[in-house]
Unconditional design. Structure first.
Length: 223
């Protein structure tokens, strides 16, 4: 008898919960945000007002040991939407034998015969005795001021010229020099090299740094 009463009460409780659930309602309101966008910035380096750039910047010739070639200028402009680090690098060059002379032939261990060098034993690389000085003209006065970044290029190493703002430009001045220690074996030789220019995001630094504490309150709903 008690079991029947308990069973009956359970059924009534279940039915009551269904009825209550079926008859309950909650007020609500809904709004929709539309047109939300997330877009990426652009970094766009222009060299000498050309994009894409190609061609030689340095064309120094007929140098004697200890002499420098004419200083050449590369205008670096940021045509992108954000600031970036401007960098450049002089790559390892390729040495080429040019016009032969008797003194060069002898210095290279060869035999000068009928206007030609025979049996030379020295395979020199003129690129190894050419250096490049640079300065970064941010004052736009066509000079290398002492306050401006300057130095000697290390081949195959990036040189960081600092941040270049969107829409801004500066001038990189490059001067090649043939070492005063260059001997006769380098007469008539030439070095062909590439110069690489880059504009890149500043590494490991957020352009708008925000601390985690400012972003998140552990008591808030986030994810």
């Amino acid at each position: 008898m008690n079991k029947q009463i308990i069973l009956s009460l359970s059924i009534l409780a279940a039915v009551a919960s269904i009825v209550v659930g079926a008859t309950s309602a909650y007020f609500s309101d809904q709004e929709v945000s539309t047109g939300n966008t997330v877009s990426a910035a652009t970094l766009d380096l222009t060299v000498n007002d050309q994009n894409a750039f190609s061609g030689a910047i340095i064309t120094a010739g007929n140098l004697m040991p200890g002499e420098s070639g004419t200083t050449t200028v590369a205008k670096l402009s940021n045509s992108g939407t954000r600031e970036g680090l401007a960098l450049f690098k002089v790559l390892t060059g390729t040495s080429t034998e040019g016009l032969d002379s008797e003194s060069e032939c002898v210095a290279e261990g060869g035999n000068w015969t009928n206007g030609a060098c025979l049996n030379r034993t020295l395979n020199e690389n003129i690129c190894s005795v050419i250096s490049y000085a640079y300065c970064y003209d941010i004052n736009h006065n066509n000079l290398c001021d002492l306050s401006e970044q300057n130095g000697t290029v290390t081949v195959d190493s990036d040189i960081n010229l600092g941040l270049l703002s969107s829409g801004a430009f500066n001038y990189l001045r490059l001067t090649p020099t043939l070492s005063a220690a260059a001997g006769n074996e380098y007469q008539g030789d030439s070095c062909a090299t590439n110069i690489e220019f880059k504009l890149q995001q500043q590494p490991s630094v957020s352009p708008h740094p925000v601390s985690p504490a400012a972003l998140y309150d552990l008591s808030d709903n986030n994810g």
